[in-house]
Design a protein around this ligand. Structure first.
Ligand code: FE2
Length: 389
């Protein structure tokens, strides 16, 4: 493959995690662990409170497998949680990790499994790119939301030095992921919609990004189609198990696509807002989605026409430019159907932040993968529209 300057560039596709999915697939857990395993369960208080963590514990108890539960993971994953968790896991002699929850417990769980077998601090791996010493402890990811795709990625995003910073290396792929829609039935509608849109943004950004290729496009296209068809159903009826199942597997497809092809405009813009204002990741991405399509479409009209068609828009007789415009309309309508607000007005704090966010977004490494590079002055009106009512 050429990069346009005559230089050859090879692309890699690598995803070694065993994926078990479908209703009732949680029962596979008992086949993935042995008696000698001493499991550290990373989760959050909500999942303990509503009894989902207990379903995992029951399976371990049935097989007489020792375990420790760590449920102090906050909504956004912070380095403090990783440190606390690793200390406890080491103290209790744990040699395997089950990460159970949304993106935050999954990302913390990855780093716990990694730091159980690798010496040094999170900071050294996150900021100084310290080389991996040993394969991570056995990690089993069990998502309870359908969105982040973290269960199948080799990336952990942890907040440190006031920044959401990703750690990405092939050594962070889990041994297995179990995607059981029965664990997602109690997810409230607004979490269903925002996490589902997060998955859509993963698929969209990998589809139009510079790292896209036929392998990742296949995963991204299928993910978008499943989300368009099934997310509204899962949103209006949380007990629609067919819809839950399809959205949960779409999140996996989108997660793999993004991990291999990269992200772009949306995650670059939403990152600074989410970390300064503590906005849930899916929501902060969702509000940027229509703006991203409008900004990006001229860089790749064909792919935006394809998105309009995925939404069932009639593009016959239209120019590519007109058809691509319909993708923006379709996405806005889709978000409206899911009751996603057009902005983050209630989170907004002060005018000075807007220039800071726009500057940070332009300089995010993820933006390098976006098909069109924004200037700060092009982003300021977008941040103003999203933050100020
Ligand atoms: Fe995301």
């Amino acid at each position: 493959m050429s990069n346009g300057k005559g230089k050859m560039m090879s692309k890699k596709f690598f995803m070694p995690t065993k994926v078990f999915h479908g209703q009732g697939s949680l029962k596979e857990l008992k086949n993935l662990l042995q008696k000698e395993d001493n499991v550290f369960i990373v989760t959050d208080k909500v999942l303990v409170g509503i009894g989902i963590a207990k379903k995992v514990m029951d399976i371990l108890e049935e097989k007489s497998i020792r375990y420790t539960v760590f449920s102090e993971v906050p909504v956004n994953p912070h380095e403090d949680s990783v440190q606390k968790a690793v200390e406890l896991a080491k103290k209790n002699g744990c040699n395997a990790v089950i990460a159970l929850g949304g993106g935050s417990p999954l990302d913390v769980g990855k780093m716990v499994a990694f730091l159980l077998t690798n010496s040094g601090t999170l900071e050294e791996y996150q900021w100084d790119n310290k080389p991996t010493e040993a394969p991570m402890a056995k990690l089993i990811n069990i998502p309870t939301t359908a969105g982040t795709g973290s269960e199948v990625t080799a990336t952990a995003v942890i907040i440190s030095r006031d920044t959401k910073k990703g750690i990405k290396r092939d050594d962070l792929f889990a041994y297995a992921a179990i995607i059981d829609p029965l664990l997602m039935v109690s997810m409230p509608p607004h979490i269903t919609s925002t996490t589902g849109i997060d998955a859509f943004t993963h698929a969209y950004e990998s589809f139009v990004g510079l790292g896209s290729n036929p392998v990742t496009d296949a995963w991204a296209i299928e993910a978008m189609q499943l989300i368009i068809e099934y997310l509204p159903r899962a949103y209006v009826n949380g007990e629609d198990l067919e819809a839950r199942e399809k959205v949960s597997i779409a999140a996996v497809l989108a997660g793999v696509a993004m991990d291999q092809a990269g992200l772009g405009f949306i995650h670059s813009c939403s990152g600074p807002v989410a970390s300064y204002y503590d906005v849930p990741h899916g929501l902060s991405n969702a509000v940027f989605l229509p703006y991203a399509l409008r900004f990006n479409m001229l860089a790749n009209l064909d792919k935006h026409v394809a998105i309009a068609e995925m939404f069932g828009m009639d593009v016959s007789g239209l120019s590519k430019r007109e058809a691509a415009e319909l993708a923006v309309d379709a996405v806005a309508q889709f978000l409206d159907d899911l009751d996603i607000p057009e902005g983050l007005y209630s989170y907004f704090q002060k005018d000075e932040d807007i220039a800071v966010f726009a500057d940070a977004a332009c300089n995010m490494f993820l933006m390098k993968n976006n098909p069109r590079k924004p200037k700060v002055e092009e982003l300021i009106p977008i941040f103003e529209a999203i933050l100020k009512e």
